[in-house]
Design a protein around this ligand. Structure first.
Ligand SMILES: *Cc1c(COP(=O)(O)O)cnc(C)c1O
Length: 475
């Protein structure tokens, strides 16, 4: 694992009610994040606002790192950059010694721009562009092959650049043992096996054998790893252990067919976080008994160890790519209450929308909502928290909330992952600002979008201008 370059000790504040180590109800009864009163942040930076806790992010990474270090000799944690690809986030991950998983030229560029060690970066993608492969090759990233013609394209570009290529292969695991295991429908309907089978990801056994054989015969190709990822928004350790075990089964098959044994297996991400108040789709995933990263590490590492021993394989280096589990609990999304309408239901309108919290509207994803001021006071009523978009824009249906009136603030917890990075502009809404809080300090890390960002990209072709504005020729 890369040594950290700046990993200060973390001291969690003494919050009365905790939603996370650095998120809770602070001294004045308001919601606080990492030493800052969220109400004060909302006044200073405006709403809608994303708030990220530097210390919570560091804590989440270390919890993962330590859980795996306790179970396995050689582990590398690669943060899934797509879950929150802000530059400040990447700097924090670099300082902690985390590698990264990149999708596409832009994410790779931002990771390189932030100074991430390319040896700890992998490039994933099902349709990598030439310029993307070139950037990866020039910088020495590991490229996880996921198409039949990719090896030859890489070989051509590597030859042109005069560099060696570090390669992985993304697998289409069989996952027979998960044929009846239901998970969240991240990849369409069906069991985990059906979801995995039906996505575009991964090469078959035959294709993998073919790629390895061909790569072994090429001079500048260095085979580094096999890779698998099934995002399933769950934390059932046994399911992840099946995936890890299947990676080893695949390794044994490759050794038998090609003589090459993958020195590293990368088991991707997909693990979510356990919270006592319940998170995840329909709030059914988590709860007070939610498994921990240590449970995950134990299940996965013992499956790998067992299977490697049974097949006479050396223990591979292990790579993981957690995204949501690290970034999710590090952030909250804050909206301000506008119109409160009473009728068949009580609708509480916020300036935050499902543009900004996109998972709130799909998969019945649940974000726990908290009133920011006097967070724990008062009787609750059932309300629908909605945003300003022209669709129903349900951020939280049927929520038990303390009284909310115009001007109040509502925070959605565990919104640090896949919110900013997947935000949309529907209804020409401006993207929110993001503030990083760090033990009482706060600093803007993403500027709020402005009207020029929305309107400034549009063009009106000449013939439309002419039709709208040209004066008819004077007779
Ligand atoms: C999305 C993704 C991850 C991270 O997934 P999480 O569910 O956020 O942990 C890791 N690896 C790859 C290849 C991914 O596509």
């Amino acid at each position: 694992m890369t040594s950290p370059i700046h990993a200060p000790p973390l001291a969690a504040p003494d919050y009365a009610t905790r939603f996370g180590e650095f998120v809770g109800i602070g001294p004045n009864g308001n919601l606080w994040v990492d030493g800052c009163d969220v109400a004060a942040l909302a006044e200073a930076y405006g709403t809608p606002l994303y708030v990220i806790s530097e210390n919570q992010l560091r804590h989440n990474y270390r919890a993962f790192r330590d859980a795996f270090a306790a179970e396995y000799p050689d582990v590398e944690i690669l943060f899934a950059n797509k879950s929150n690809n802000g530059l400040a986030i990447r700097h924090i991950m670099n300082q902690e010694g985390a590698g990264g998983d990149c999708f596409g030229a832009q994410e790779m560029y931002m990771a390189l721009l932030a100074g991430t060690d390319p040896a700890t970066l992998v490039l994933n993608g099902s349709n990598k562009q030439d310029e993307e492969l070139e950037m990866a090759l020039a910088n020495g990233l590991c490229i996880n092959i996921d198409a039949e013609d990719e090896l030859d394209r890489i070989a051509d570009i590597a030859a042109r650049l005069g560099v060696v290529a570090n390669l992985g292969i993304r697998l289409k695991l069989d996952l027979e043992p998960l044929r009846d295991r239901m998970g969240v429908s991240m990849h369409g309907p069906g069991s985990l096996k059906q979801q995995s089978d039906s996505t575009k990801w991964g090469m078959t056994r035959e294709q993998t054998v073919d790629i390895v054989r061909r790569a072994l015969a090429m001079p500048a190709m260095r085979l580094k790893e096999t890779h698998f990822h099934l995002s399933r928004m769950s934390n059932e350790p046994a399911d992840f252990a099946v995936m890890a075990r299947e990676m080893i089964v695949w390794s044994a098959n490759l050794r038998d067919e090609t003589g090459w044994t993958p020195p590293t297996i990368d088991i991707g991400g997909g693990w979510t976080f356990g919270k006592w108040y319940g998170t995840g789709p329909n709030r059914q995933i988590d709860g007070p008994d939610a498994p921990t990263p240590a449970d995950y590490a134990r299940a996965v590492c013992s499956a790998i160890r067992e299977e490697a021993e049974a097949r006479g394989l050396p223990l591979p280096k292990l790579r993981l790519e957690p995204g949501r589990a690290l970034s999710g609990p590090a952030g909250v999304a804050v909206g301000r209450v506008g119109a409160v309408k009473r009728g068949a239901k009580t609708w509480v309108n916020l300036d935050l929308s499902t543009n900004h919290l996109s998972w709130a509207s799909v998969l019945d994803w649940y974000y726990h909502a908290v009133r920011v001021r006097n967070a724990a006071d008062g009787d609750c009523e059932t309300v629908d928290l909605v945003g300003p978009l022209c669709n129903s824009d349900e951020l939280g249906a049927h929520r038990e909330m303390p009284a909310l009136a115009r001007g109040d603030l509502v925070a959605f917890l565990d919104a640090g992952g896949y919110t900013e990075s997947s935000a949309a502009r529907y209804n020409a809404q401006l993207l929110p600002a993001t503030v990083l809080v760090s033990g009482g300090r706060h600093a803007l890390i993403t500027e709020r979008e402005q009207m020029k960002d929305v309107a400034g990209r549009f063009r009106v072709p000449a013939h439309l201008l002419a039709a709208s504005f040209a004066r008819p020729e004077a007779a």
